[in-house]
Design a protein around this ligand. Structure first.
Ligand code: URP
Ligand code: ZN
Ligand code: ZN
Length: 461
């Protein structure tokens, strides 16, 4: 099967030019100013549109069990929604529960995903139980293409691991081609503040935000970087939400420390006022870290512009408002943590970043695709448009206006954090390894067409 994309404006993290692309065997076979004499089974006219590498969202939680329920998007619904939004690869988080081997944890996530996804997927592994004798299992995981691990400084008794464990895991992963992703918040102190708030009868959703100070996040980031420095390795901070935390990453990077970090659209576009919405509405935005005061947003954009933040992921972890967020009515600490976003990331970042003049088009591609590919061992197979790369390609209309709404989105969740927002920039057509998934806004893919991607060593810059 040969596919030809003609007349498009190809934009990568470094290039911007008009050319035709020939796809064969799922990969990009040729790029030339004109391929008009080439025979193809399918020709896609991309005139007036951008042709960009498929988005890579390195932080999703499909079907994640959390707080007595599970994230409402399955791998089937979540990856279809991702494709609608221009994402062609997700890296989801498998979870190792206490007493499980790392292999058991990954097997369970393979069982959920295999045969169900519309786009390619990889796994990070959340480790909750890694005594010394289990550390060698991390090396086996890296060999199996799971080259990154998430550790938590938050959620004592559930996910939290202590500093010695973090240090040893960093040393083991880092010295064997792996990378630790850190949920950096001082969860022990946060738990004390939460208990005190509840004892004072403060139960509304807004207290989720008011009990998680930015300094608790900044302290976690500082500690994570310090532990990585002691272990002589890199660290990747997930879902960084605020200026205080960013300052810690910036300081470290200025000193030459290999500290990397992502932020998410919710921290770039939403602010604390969402928790002051009437009734129980604020529960829709209960995620961790919480949404911060508005002034943090421009600091995060500045971090993205100057590369103190490298990636925009979503932390997609949806729970329905009606049936699931309800679990925390009368006690904010029982509201399942997380929100939807995998479908909206590319358009939101294009609109807020490129259309509003905060970042260049090349930087847009870099923070939504290329940097994640490089950090997580997918580059140059994914994250760029080049001969030999997977033909994960998005044809994007930079001028089309899109209205975001739960009525029209494809995520399996009954609300949108951006209900009614009008954004400029829409995904029109999506190819995953050369196969059409979305054609002019219509799903033409099949669950199961996505494949598990074994990732190489992390951080191959
Ligand atoms: O609230 C969030 N972020 N839920 C997902 C779990 C996590 O910590 O990433
Ligand atoms: Zn987290
Ligand atoms: Zn997460």
């Amino acid at each position: 099967m040969k596919t030809l994309i003609r007349n498009g404006r190809i934009v990568t993290a470094v290039d911007d030019y008009h050319a035709d692309i020939l796809i064969e065997g799922g990969q990009i076979a040729a790029i030339a100013k004109s391929l008009e004499n080439v025979e193809a089974d399918r020709v896609i006219d991309a005139r007036g549109r951008l042709v960009i590498p498929g988005g890579i969202d390195p932080h999703t939680h499909m079907e994640l069990p959390f707080g007595g329920t599970s994230a409402s998007d399955t791998f089937e619904t979540g990856t279809r929604a991702a494709a609608f939004g221009g994402t062609t690869t997700i890296i989801d988080f498998a979870v190792q529960y206490k007493g499980q081997s790392l292999a058991q944890a990954v097997d369970a996530w393979h069982a959920k995903a295999q045969g169900n996804t519309s786009i390619d997927y990889g796994f990070h592994l959340i480790c909750t139980d890694i005594p010394d004798e289990r550390l060698p299992e991390m090396k086996s995981m890296i060999r199996e293409g799971i080259s990154s691990f998430k550790l938590f400084m938050a959620y004592p008794g559930v996910f939290l691991v202590d500093d010695a464990t973090i240090y040893k895991a960093m040393k083991t992963a880092g010295h064997n081609g792996g990378l630790i992703c850190m949920h950096a918040e001082n969860g022990v102190v946060i738990d004390a503040i939460v208990k005190q708030a509840l004892a004072e009868g403060k139960t509304d959703p807004k207290y989720h935000a008011l009990t998680r100070p930015t300094k608790a996040e900044a302290e976690g980031v500082h500690r994570a970087i310090a532990l990585a420095e002691i272990a002589e390795t890199a660290v990747y901070i997930v879902h960084l939400s605020c200026s205080d935390a960013l300052d810690e990453v910036t300081r470290a990077r200025d000193m030459g420390t290999p500290a990397y970090a992502e932020t998410c659209p919710q921290y770039l576009f939403l602010d604390y006022s969402v928790y002051e919405k009437p009734g129980f509405e604020g529960a829709k935005y209960v995620m961790t870290p919480p949404i911060r005061e508005q002034w943090n947003q421009e600091k995060l954009w500045r971090g993205l512009k100057f590369n103190d933040l490298q990636v925009v992921s979503t932390d997609h972890c949806p729970f329905c408002f009606k049936e699931q967020k309800e679990l925390g009515r009368g006690d904010f600490s029982k509201i399942p943590n997380g929100g939807p976003g995998v479908e909206n990331r590319m358009s939101l970042i294009f609109n807020g970043g490129v259309a509003q003049g905060r970042i260049s088009l090349n930087r847009f591609v870099e923070i939504t695709s290329t940097a994640a590919a490089k950090i997580f061992g997918l580059f140059p197979r994914k994250g760029t448009i080049a001969v030999g790369s997977d033909a994960d390609i998005v044809i994007f209309d930079p001028n089309e206006e899109l209205e975001i709404s739960a009525k029209t989105h494809h995520m399996n969740v009954d609300y949108s954090c951006y209900e009614g927002w009008k954004v400029k920039g829409a995904t029109k057509t999506v190819l995953s390894r050369g196969e059409l998934v979305i054609e002019e806004g219509t799903y033409v893919g099949k669950p199961g067409m996505g494949q598990f991607v074994k990732r190489g060593e992390a951080l191959r810059f």
